[in-house]
Structure formats: structure tokens, C-alpha cells
Design a protein around this ligand. Sequence first.
Ligand code: ADP
Length: 537
Amino acid sequence: MDGLMQPRPLTLAHLLERAERLYAHKEVVTAGGERLTYAEVAAGTRRLATALDELRVPAGARVATFASNHRRHLELYLAVPVTKRVLHPINIRLPADHLEYIAEHAEDDVVFVDRALLPRIWPSADRLPRVRHWVVLPDDSGEPIPADPRVRHYDDLVSAAAPGTGSFEDTFTLADEHLASGLCYTSGTTGRPKGVLYSHRSTVLHALGTLAAGLIGLCESDVVLPIVPMFHANAWGLPYGAMLAGASLVLPGPSADPDHLLGLMAAERVTVAGAVPTVWTSLAPRLRDHDLSATRFLLAGGSAVPPALSETYRAAIGVPLTHSWGMTEVSPVGAIGGTRTQHRDAPVAEQVAVRAAQGQPLPLVNLRIVDVETGRELPRDGDAVGELQVAGPWVAGGYYRVDADSSFTADGWLRTGDLATLDADGYLRLVDRMKDLIKSGGEWISSVELEGAITAHPDVVEAAVIARPDPRWMERPVAYVVLREGSETTAEDVLTHLTPLVAKWWLPDEVVFVPALPKTGTGKISKSALRGSARIA
Ligand code: ADP
């Protein structure tokens, strides 16, 4: 027998209209001094919706953004999906051939681009003939704006457009909750980038997931700062989650300068912020120079958080970094770290160990680990290591315009390419990415664990461990290490520090000091670039 409850569609239109009605006075602050209320952002969104109609952007068309985190980008996050078009944020750090491939594959109809970023994308305009309009988002960069009939100005378009007054929510039917709302491409570290096509339903459920108390638990009293770029997997769902919760939003603009970000956190009394570990590493030395007393929760994801880094935060401001495990394919958040009641009285070392885990799945997310060779599910005993697979209503079931793909199992779970353990309480611990694991003499060495141990050395800022081919052992670890300025630490010192922390055969064959480590477009340490340069060296 079916239930008799109303089958209302889950759509982003509800989220916009809720923020407009319930939280009209809450603020969206953009670095540089712009303060708008949700009512004003909603009014801008309504005008932008009309402007998209006037540009004759068809329903279902892909609308690309090439922009940093600011209020106009948020208006695009809303106006595009609530009018049944598809938001396609493009990573602004991609090389020209990648971004052209992605814009062409997505068949973008319009591109909204920050004035400051024109030099990075305008040279590709003639190779993207499908893009009919290039709309420039204003800033004070002074970059020349091309005199070309395809180029429009955001503020002119929006101020000339009428603010439609009806309810977007009422225009959606139940079937429409499955309409695409957004398209994000994976970074393409292995092969061509692949498009993940989010739906209204998946995005709304994911936003609700960010409100789950005890995990991220966004709420009305929060002031949320997504440092993670809005072109990266919906900025981890933080903008949509904040609006759903009625939290204020702080958008940092293009600068990643540590004092700029920490100054913003202090001035706006930010309670929740999210960034990749390399950003948290760059902020760590300046923590005590700013008043971060309002901070309650710091999310770190995209790659493993070295436990020593998390502890640096706990010691300086009383708030550790909390792991968030995710992937573009998972909208992106799948699991959140942290302790539970059972750990409340545990010794500090045990709490640190629990916090080092990637954490527990968000409600509605299912995780399992399987034997890489046989595909058999492995026990949840905290010991057995296997490939992590994930299923849930905000997990991709396929890629955009890619036929059968080996990334999915016959029963529809996503293969993550991560090696992990699960324990009896459901905690996920990542051992390594399958392609980063080092196989030495038939045994595994976790590059992630070695990096965490090396980073615990007080003079080490960052470390990356990769495999070097070895005639006897097949592969051996080599560590690339960035030291604090002025440090005289030697390779010998690093090995001495590691000796009590890891098995003897895990000790790297070589420790190479480098001034900096290569980073990916999303700010993670790029092991593939490191492997490339290691081969040249
Ligand atoms: P890419 O890293 O290829 O650019 P994603 O941003 O989608 O693409 O990253 C997904 C991958 O990042 C995961 O499969 C995992 O290997 C890694 N990752 C994400 N979060 C964490 C975390 N908290 N700890 C360790 N690794 C993580």
C-alpha cells in the first residue's frame, strides 16, 4: 500500500523562496565591503532570471560561470537552476585546452566571467563557437573589456531586467525534481575530465545533509565562509546549505591571502569555514594574530588532513580541523569526521586518532569496502582494507555524455578509487588513493600515513610521498618536503623523527627538500605533477 503524503518536488526554488521569506534580513557579505540581505540577493536573482529569458537561453541549456566567490556568483547559483537551466561552474585555474574541452563538451550557451579573469578565458572565445553570450561580472581589476558583440555587462543586463514576482517553486512539477540543476567536471587527474550532472533533488538533499546536527550542522546562527571555490563541486554545498539554514554567508572574493581570509573571519565573526588542507596550512602561522573566537567548526576536505595540522588549530583557537570526505561525484560531501559521545572521556591521543579518520557517512549515504581483486564486500572491522564504494541519493549514477563506465558497479554503486577501512561504528579511514599507494616488496605503504607522520615534525610545512620504481622491491617511497623558512633540518633529522612513528621498511629511500609542492586547480598537492617533475630531475 502506498502512503498518502504529498509528493512535493524537491527543488532549489524552495530554497530561494524560503531564504527570501524567512531570512530576508540575513546578510550575504562579499569581501571588499559589499553587504546585501537575502531579500536583495533574491531580488537580484529574480532580475537575472528575467535577463536569462531576454538572452533567449533555452530551458536545459548550460550556463557557465568562470568566477571567484562573490554575491553575483551566488545569484547565478540560484537564478540558473530555478529557471530550469543548468549551472556549469568552470575551474578558473584550468589550462586553456582543458577549459575549452570542458566548455565544448558541456555545450555551454552563455559564459559569465569575472572581469579580472577575462585574460584567462577570452583568448578561447573563438574556439568556443557555441557560446552565444559572454557576460562580464564587474570588479575593480581594470582588465580591458573586449569590444565584441558577444560581450554583455552583468549589471547593465540585470538592472534593465524586470524582477518577475511569481513563485518559481510553483512552476516545478514532481517530475521536475529530477531535472539537472548543475554540472561539475572532475579534475581529470586520470584521463579526460568527466561531467557530474546534479539534479534539483540531489542538491536539495545534499544541502539538507549539511544541516545534519552533530556532523556539519549548519544553523540559523551560523556565519558561513566557503573558502573552497564556488567552481569546485558547488563549494561543498555550503552556499545552498547556508541559505537553507538561514545562516549568513561571507564570500571571500578572489584573494587567498592568509591575512585577508583570517581578517574576514575575525571581522565577520565567522562560525563555519571550509577549505582544502593546503589553505589551512597557509593560514596556520597567522592564527594567533586574529580574533577567531566566534569560530565553532572548520571543515577540511579534498585530501587528508595531517593530524598535526588539526592539532595546531586546536591548540591555537580551540577548534580542530574536521575531516570532510567527498568527491565531485558525491555532490561532494559523503562523510564528516569528529568524535562521538563514546569518545568524550577518552585520552587526548585517542581523540586525536578518531579525528584523523575521515569520519561517519552523512545520513542517506551508504559506504562499503570491497576486495579489489574479487569485488567481495569486506568486513567492517577497522582492519580490512578495500576499495571504498558509495551509494546514496546525491551520489552520481553515471557521467554526463559518457556511456558505460567502469566507475560504477553492476549494482549501481560508485567506485571511488580510494582504499579505506570501515569500523564497527561506521567510521571511514582512508588509507590512500589506489593510484598513490606504494607497493614495496609485496607489501603496501600508505603515502597518506607517511605524509601525516612527516608533517608532525615541527619544521615541516608540507610533505608528499610518491613511489620510485625499484628493481628489488618494485617501488620505494621518496618524500618531497617543504621546510619552514630558515629551518636547518636535514634529511637525516626527518628520518630520525619518523623512525619511532612508522615501520622500518616504510622509511623513505630519499628525502628531497623543495621550496614548494605543485598544486592542482583545486589547491590539492598534485602528485601527478610531482611524478612528472621527479622523472625529469
Ligand atoms: P580530484 O581530487 O580528482 O580533483 P575530487 O575533488 O572529486 O577530484 O576529489 C575526490 C578525492 O579526493 C577522493 O576520492 C579522495 O581520494 C580525496 N579526498 C577527498 N576528501 C578527502 C579527505 N577528507 N581525506 C582524504 N582524501 C580525501
